[in-house]
Design a protein around this ligand. Structure first.
Ligand SMILES: [Zn+2]
Length: 257
């Protein structure tokens, strides 16, 4: 008896099952959820935050005193500059404004994670250093994407899904002039590292290296080695710091830690 015609018939009708399963597995992967979550934030913004008023700048890596910091989304407007951190998480979320660790619970499994407000505070501070705007015009916004529920009362700037837009739109008093808005955009564009896989890789690399004092330090701005120098002037005279070996072409400095 010959089975092959039957197998052929089955394959002919069910050929799509394997690609479909691979596709579904991809949809369930954390990488896809990350990409999807970021895309949702962008689409929601595109639909409901007019780009002429809320100038969007996505995935911004900026040099800081001790390496680099990565900001998911920035919206620059006359109503303020909104610094958005996205979290792709499901389950129940417990946390409070001043708690160091928050908790994610899925069924009976609890996992701690860093308070995203603290994480985003560093981003806001880095932008404050880069921009010449009053600090009170910078706003931290946290967006939880994915199927999560807040199980503790959250401050207004901790949001779920598209609710972050309502929060951003609740600021109605102009605090920056159009000239200040344009200047801030230009400063972010010139101060950021070129968006690329290489920039992302370097950022992850330096996060690991920061803990290791013997690792070779590379300049986050230009990639040349960093060298130890001693401050000659100012309040820090006599103290050592890391300076870019390409000085004076590149003026990157980092604290010793
Ligand atoms: Zn450099």
């Amino acid at each position: 008896m010959n089975f092959s015609p039957t197998i052929y018939e089955v394959l002919k009708t069910l050929w799509w099952v394997i690609p479909m399963m691979l596709f579904l597995a991809f949809l369930g992967s954390p990488k896809f959820k990350g990409i999807f979550g970021e895309a949702l934030v962008k689409v929601a913004a595109w639909l409901r935050l007019p780009a002429k008023v809320y100038h969007p700048i996505h995935n911004v890596t900026i040099p800081t005193l001790d390496g680099t910091t990565q900001i998911d989304h920035i919206f620059v407007s006359c109503f303020g500059i909104f610094v958005v951190e996205t979290k792709n998480m499901k389950g129940w979320i417990f946390g409070g404004e001043n708690q160091k660790q928050w908790t994610q619970r899925i069924f009976k499994k609890s996992s701690p994670f860093q308070n995203p407000l603290h994480q985003n505070y560093k981003h806001v501070k880095a932008l404050e250093t880069l921009l010449a705007v009053p600090p009170e015009t910078l706003h931290s916004v946290i967006v939880f994407m994915g199927d999560s529920t807040f199980k503790s009362p959250m401050p207004a700037n901790v949001t779920r899904g598209g609710d972050y837009i309502t929060y951003i739109k609740s600021f109605r008093n102009p605090v920056l002039s159009e000239a200040q808005v344009q200047k801030a955009i230009a400063q972010i564009q010139s101060g950021r590292l070129t968006p690329s896989w290489e920039t992302d890789r370097q950022h992850v690399h330096q996060l690991k290296n920061r803990a290791d004092p013997n690792a070779e330090r590379k300049c986050p701005k230009c990639g040349k080695p960093m060298v130890l120098r001693t401050a000659k002037r100012g309040a820090n005279a006599g103290n050592q710091f890391w300076g870019c070996s390409a000085y004076p072409k590149c003026r990157m400095v980092q604290n010793i830690n």
